[in-house]
Design a protein around this ligand. Structure first.
Ligand code: GLV
Ligand code: MN
Ligand code: MN
Length: 456
């Protein structure tokens, strides 16, 4: 029995260009008498049941007994997920290879000698994360290949499915690790970075069967890609709230992350008068609020976060002498991130003076904002229109591998709704119907790109 696309746009709920909760709906509705309506085909090319069962299988890798999935980048669980993806790629007839950053590529040749069309995502998660962030885009990309095989479609461009290594970044503090190496925005300088066990990035790459000394060989040569497309869950509430099934990403925020150490004086919590304390945890707590104030000091969608603090020695009756904490700032405008950072650092200096402590921060991650290619955005809208699905343009507050690869080739991203806007948490959920819609639109977008890119 064929599957059919759901959540179709019923006229006259939305109209072209109508603003709904700040989002512009750019797709027509089924039931209009326009020419576009005649081209609407709601039958799925992809196999929604197979896709769902692959996602369920994957969700068992790194499953936490307490809830959620812990499949950190550069860990045995991520490696197991890569192995699973490679087996699916081989079953789909792809020629599989890995690069020195541990990224996995599966290639399907085209009829012409053209730069490849690249699409995929990542399989690592944050600690106690969800089953869809990254996994949907990676497994969905393999499903697109299987659907093309089933329909006996030969594309002009070679197609490459990619699974990037360590997109999330909690392990080693580097988000979008694999794609940044591929884009050449990071390199050998990260190899000796240590995790809490004392293992380095290089150690982990060796466990992935790679030679860290050859990390630079993972760089993708400019000109060797036609485009990069990534399907992803929205990870926010907008699409669900506005009942729009397909998001067209306008751009991906830039991210800068620092690791800070506040140093004070360890002392007795009962005998040290309040006036004589140099409490590193008090400093860090005030600095957390300074980051928040600095972000809130101007209008906009910029965000800033201190995700955790580690106080030492960590006893209830000891004043903390050392606190380690990261903070990160994100926005679509790199200059705004600079301003927020300058304000935060000024406050940190004031707080240190007042508390008699010292705070030293080192930048550990710097990802520039990335804008989507307007031509690819238009093709995603066209693909959704052909399926009778509404679209909305929206920015991404999450970082994505496609952003790094946009330094090399035009980039587009497709979003599908996240239930209750929850992500990076065990409650992350996307309806099977929305998943099928997203992968079907990826399928159609790839075919449109294959037809339109470089066509005379
Ligand atoms: C990754 O999902 C991030 O945005 O941190
Ligand atoms: Mn992701
Ligand atoms: Mn994520």
């Amino acid at each position: 029995m064929p599957y059919f696309l759901g959540t179709r746009l019923a006229a006259p709920t939305y109209a072209r260009g109508q603003m709904v909760a700040g989002l512009t709906l750019l797709c027509l509705f089924a039931g209009s008498s326009s020419g576009a309506e005649r081209q609407v085909s709601t039958a799925l090319h992809i196999d929604a049941g197979r896709l769902q069962s692959n996602l369920e299988h994957l969700a068992e890798i790194g499953r936490d007994p307490g809830g959620g999935i812990t499949r950190l980048g550069l860990s045995q669980a991520e490696l197991d997920a890569h192995t699973y993806a490679m087996s699916l790629m081989k079953d789909a007839g792809l020629t599989v290879r890995t690069d020195a950053a541990g990224n996995v590529f599966g290639r399907r040749e085209g009829s012409k000698q053209l730069p490849a069309l690249l699409f995929g995502s990542h399989l690592d998660t944050v600690p106690h994360g969800g089953a869809y962030d990254g996994s949907l885009g990676a497994i969905g990309a393999i499903e697109v290949i299987r659907a093309l095989n089933a329909a006996r479609v030969t594309t002009r461009h070679p197609l490459e499915v990619v699974v990037w290594t360590n997109e999330e970044g909690p392990h080693f503090g580097i988000s979008a690790f694999g794609s940044s190496v591929a884009a050449g925005t990071i390199g050998h300088e990260v190899l000796n970075r240590k995790d809490e066990q004392g293992d380095t990035v290089a150690d982990w790459l060796r466990r992935y069967g790679q030679d860290p000394g050859k990390l630079a060989s993972a760089r993708i040569a400019p000109g060797s890609l036609s485009a990069i497309v990534e399907l992803h869950i929205e990870q926010g509430p907008n699409l669900e709230e506005t009942k729009v099934p397909i998001g067209v990403v306008l751009g991906i925020v830039g991210l800068r992350r620092w690791m800070c150490v506040a140093t004070g004086t360890t002392n007795h919590a009962g005998t040290t008068p309040m006036k004589r304390r140099h409490d590193a945890l008090a400093t860090a707590a005030r600095e957390l609020l300074a980051v928040r104030d600095s972000v809130r000091a101007e209008d906009g969608q910029q965000v800033g976060t201190v995700g955790y603090m580690r106080a030492e020695p960590g006893a209830p009756n000891v004043i903390a002498g050392r606190v380690e904490f990261p903070y990160e700032l994100r926005d679509l405008d790199a200059a705004k991130i600079e301003h927020m950072q300058a304000r935060a650092l000024q406050r940190f200096a004031d707080i240190d003076r007042e508390e008699g402590t010292t705070t030293v921060c080192t930048e550990v991650n710097h990802i520039e904002p990335a804008l989507s290619d307007p031509g690819i955005m238009a093709l995603i809208r066209q693909a959704a229109l052909s399926a009778g699905l509404a679209t909305a343009d929206l920015p991404s507050g999450a970082v994505h591998d496609a952003g790094e690869i946009s330094r090399l080739a035009p980039m587009g991203m497709i979003f599908v709704p996240s239930h209750d806007g929850i992500s990076h948490a065990p409650g992350e959920f996307t309806q099977p119907n929305d998943i099928a819609n997203g992968v079907e639109i990826l399928y159609r977008t790839i075919l449109l790109l294959d037809k339109k890119l470089g066509a005379k």
